[in-house]
Design a protein around this ligand. Structure first.
Ligand SMILES: Cc1cc2nc3c(=O)[nH]c(=O)nc-3n(C[C@H](O)[C@H](O)[C@H](O)COP(=O)(O)OP(=O)(O)OC[C@H]3O[C@@H](n4cnc5c(N)ncnc54)[C@H](O)[C@@H]3O)c2cc1C
Length: 567
C-alpha cells in the first residue's frame, strides 16, 4: 500500500522539530479543549500522536487515491457545462476520499468542526498532495482561505462558513482581473451597497481564478467609488448558494490541467463585507496571499519530491553502455543536486510554517486576553520572520521545483520528452509555481526589504550561535565565510543609495541571503539527523558557495555607469 507519509522520513523529521512543543502548547491553550471534545489532546505527546495518525491517514489517501488518479485527471481535465464547472471524474473521487477521511479544515478550531492543527501539520498534507498531483493540490490548499475568514470575519460569518468548509465545501480566492495581476491595486470589480437587503452587490469580471466555481469565495472588490488605488478596495464573501457568479470559461493551460482556472462574471451577485471597508488589499489580501504563498511553497516542494523519485527510479532502471545510468557521475551528480534542492526547499518550508504558527497563534490568543510583554515581543519577532521567510522560501522552492523537474526530464533522456512518464506532467505543473501567488520578481520586491534592514542577517546570526555536533564544524566555517561575503555585498550595494542600482542587484542579494540561510537550515537538519541530511548539507553548501561566488564576481566587477545598458 502506497503511503506518502510513512515512505518519506523527512516529513517525520520536520513534524518533530523541537519548536513543535512550544507551538502545540500555544495552539492548545493548556489543552482546555479536552474537556469539551473527546478527540482533543490532553498533552503534548497526545497532540503529536494525533498529528502522526492523521498524517498516516492522509498519506494513505494521497498514495492510494490521489496519486493513481493524477494521469487521468491531467488528460481529462474539468469542463464548463451551463456556466458551471464539472470536475474530471478523478478530481471528484479525490475530493470525496479526502472528505470521507475527515481531512477538510484540519487547521480550523474544533468549535467550527476542525482539528485545530498547526499550520506546520496542515502544510505537510499539502506537500504530500503535491507530490501525488500538483493540479489537485491547488484545490486542496485553497482550504487556507478559511484562515483569512477566521481571522477577519465576524463571529456570525465564522459560524456560517467555516463548518461548511470543514465538512468539505471548497473555497476560492477571487483577486486577479484582466488589468490587475501583480498590481492588485488596479482591481475594478465594483461593489455597491444594498442597504434594503443588508448586503452588497458585485459586478464585473475576474480571471485566472483557481476553482472559480467553488462554494465560498473571498472576493477583492472596489467599494469606494471614485478611488483608483488599494485604499478603495474591500474584501467580500460570496456564497455560491446565493447565485450571481457564472463561469464564462476555463483556461486551456500548460500544466495543472486538472485545476479549473476560471474566468468569472459577476452580475449583481449578493456578497457580504468581510472585516472593515478599505482594508481589503492593504490588510486582508496581504494576509491571504502570505498563507497562499506558503501553500505554493509546499506545492513546489511536493513537486520536487515527485521529480526526485521519478528521476531516481529511472536512473536505477535504465542501462546504457552495460551499466545503470545512475553509475555515471554526470547522472548521479544531477540526482544529488535535485535531492539537495528538495531538502533545502522542505527545510525553509517548515521553518516558515513554524514562524507563521507562532505569530498567528499569539494573534489569536490576543483576541481572548491581553498578551504580556514577553508574548508581545515574541509575536513581533515571529511575524517579522514570517514576513521575511515567506517571499524568500516561495522564490527558492518554486525556482528549485522548476530546475528539479527540468533535470528529471534530462535524466530520462528522450523518454522524458514523451507523455509516457510522469516527469513530463511534473515539468509542466512546476512551471506555474514561480508565477502565481506573486512571481519570483515580486517575491524579490518583498524580500529585498529584509536584506536591506538586516532581518536575514540577524536570523543567520541566530543560526550561527547554535551549538552543533563537531563533525559539522567544517561546513559551519564555510557558511560563516558565505555570511561575511553576503554582508559585504549588501553594504556595497546599499551604500550607493542609488535605487535603480539597488533594484537591479536585488535578485542577486536575495539569492545570496537564501543560499546562506538554506545552508544553515540543512546544517541544523544534519545536526538532528546526521545520516539523513549530511549528504544534502554537503552538496547544497558546495552549490550555494559557488552561486554566492558568482554573485560576488558580478557585483564587484559591475561598473555602475553601465547600468543604462540593462534598463
Ligand atoms: C494557473 C493560474 C492560476 C491562478 N489562480 C489564481 C487565483 O486563484 N486567484 C487569483 O486571484 N489569481 C490567480 N492567478 C493569477 C496570478 O496570481 C497572476 O497571473 C500573477 O500574480 C501574475 O500576474 P499577471 O499574470 O497579470 O502578470 P503581470 O503582473 O502582467 O506580470 C508580467 C511580468 O512582469 C513582471 N512584473 C510585474 N510587476 C513587476 C514589478 N513590480 N517588479 C518586477 N517585475 C514585475 C512579472 O514578474 C512578470 O514577469 C492564477 C494564474 C494562473 C496562471
Amino acid at each position: 500500500m502506497a503511503n506518502f507519509y510513512t515512505d518519506n522520513p523527512s516529513l517525520k523529521h520536520h513534524l518533530h522539530h523541537p519548536l513543535m512543543q512550544h507551538i502545540v502548547e500555544l495552539k492548545e491553550r493548556n489543552f482546555a479543549d479536552a474537556d469539551h471534545f473527546d478527540y482533543a489532546p490532553i498533552d503534548f505527546a497526545d497532540a503529536m500522536d494525533s498529528y502522526e495518525k492523521v498524517m498516516e491517514i492522509a498519506g494513505e489517501v494521497i498514495g492510494e487515491v490521489i496519486a493513481p488518479n493524477a494521469e487521468e485527471v491531467d488528460h481529462t481535465g474539468p469542463q464548463v457545462v451551463n456556466n458551471r464547472v464539472v470536475y474530471a471524474p478523478g478530481t471528484t473521487e479525490n475530493l470525496n476520499a479526502t472528505i470521507q477521511a475527515g481531512l477538510s479544515g484540519l487547521s480550523m478550531p474544533r468549535r467550527y468542526g476542525g482539528l485545530n492543527f498547526p499550520m506546520t501539520a496542515f502544510i505537510m498534507t499539502t506537500d504530500m498532495v503535491a507530490r501525488a498531483d500538483a493540479g489537485f493540490c491547488t484545490l486542496w490548499s485553497l482550504q487556507d482561505c478559511a484562515e483569512t475568514l477566521y481571522e477577519f470575519g465576524d463571529e456570525e460569518q465564522r459560524q456560517k462558513y467555516i463548518p461548511r468548509m470543514c465538512a468539505g465545501e471548497t473555497m476560492s480566492m477571487d483577486l486577479t482581473e484582466p488589468d490587475a495581476g501583480s498590481d492588485l491595486q488596479a482591481v475594478m470589480l465594483k461593489a455597491t451597497e444594498d442597504p434594503e437587503n443588508g448586503c452588497w452587490r458585485l459586478n464585473g469580471v475576474k480571471r485566472f481564478i483557481t476553482n472559480g466555481d467553488s462554494d465560498i469565495h473571498l472576493v477583492l472588490a472596489r467599494s469606494e467609488e471614485g478611488t483608483k488605488d488599494g485604499r478603495g478596495l474591500s474584501m467580500f464573501i460570496y456564497d455560491k448558494r446565493d447565485g450571481g457568479v457564472n463561469v464564462r470559461r476555463i483556461e486551456n493551460k500548460m500544466g495543472i490541467k486538472g485545476s479549473p482556472t476560471c474566468e468569472l462574471t459577476y452580475k449583481n451577485a449578493k456578497a457580504y463585507l468581510c472585516g472593515s471597508r478599505k482594508l481589503g488589499l492593504i490588510r486582508y489580501v496581504m494576509s491571504l496571499m502570505n498563507g497562499a504563498r506558503l501553500g505554493i511553497m509546499a506545492q513546489a516542494t511536493g513537486l520536487s519530491e515527485a521529480a526526485y523519485r521519478e528521476a531516481l527510479a529511472y536512473a536505477k532502471d535504465r542501462r546504457q553502455f552495460g551499466k545503470a545510468i545512475i553509475e555515471f557521475p554526470a547522472v548521479s551528480e544531477m540526482l544529488a543536486a535535485i535531492k539537495a534542492k528538495l531538502d533545502a526547499s522542505r527545510s525553509i518550508l517548515y521553518e516558515t510554517a513554524r514562524f507563521v504558527d507562532i505569530y498567528k497563534t499569539l494573534e489569536d490568543v490576543e483576541k481572548e486576553r491581553k498578551l504580556d510583554d514577553a508574548e508581545k515581543a515574541e509575536l513581533k519577532k515571529y511575524k517579522k520572520l514570517a514576513d521575511a521567510y515567506t517571499p524568500l522560501g516561495k522564490a527558492f522552492a518554486t525556482e528549485y521545483a522548476n530546475q528539479n523537474a527540468y533535470d528529471a526530464i534530462q535524466i530520462h533522456g528522450g523518454s522524458g520528452f514523451m507523455k509516457d512518464y510522469p516527469c513530463e506532467r511534473i515539468y509542466r505543473d512546476a512551471r506555474i509555481t514561480n508565477i502565481y501567488e506573486g512571481t519570483t520578481q515580486l517575491q524579490v520586491v518583498a524580500a529585498i526589504r529584509h536584506v536591506l534592514t538586516g532581518s536575514y542577517l540577524t536570523q543567520i546570526q541566530t543560526y550561527q550561535a547554535e551549538t552543533l555536533r563537531p563533525e559539522l564544524d567544517p561546513l559551519k566555517a564555510r557558511l560563516t565565510k558565505m555570511t561575511n561575503t553576503y554582508e559585504k555585498l549588501v553594504a556595497q550595494v546599499a551604500e550607493t543609495k542609488n535605487n535603480d542600482y539597488i533594484d537591479f542587484q536585488a535578485r542577486r542579494l536575495v539569492e545570496a541571503a537564501g543560499h546562506t540561510i538554506l545552508g544553515y537550515l540543512l546544517l541544523s537538519d544534519a545536526n538532528r539527523d546526521y545520516e539523513q541530511f549530511i549528504r544534502s548539507a554537503e552538496v547544497y553548501i558546495a552549490y550555494g558557495e559557488a552561486e554566492v561566488a558568482k554573485i560576488q564576481q558580478f557585483i564587484e566587477s559591475f561598473d555602475i555607469d553601465k547600468l543604462q545598458y540593462y534598463l
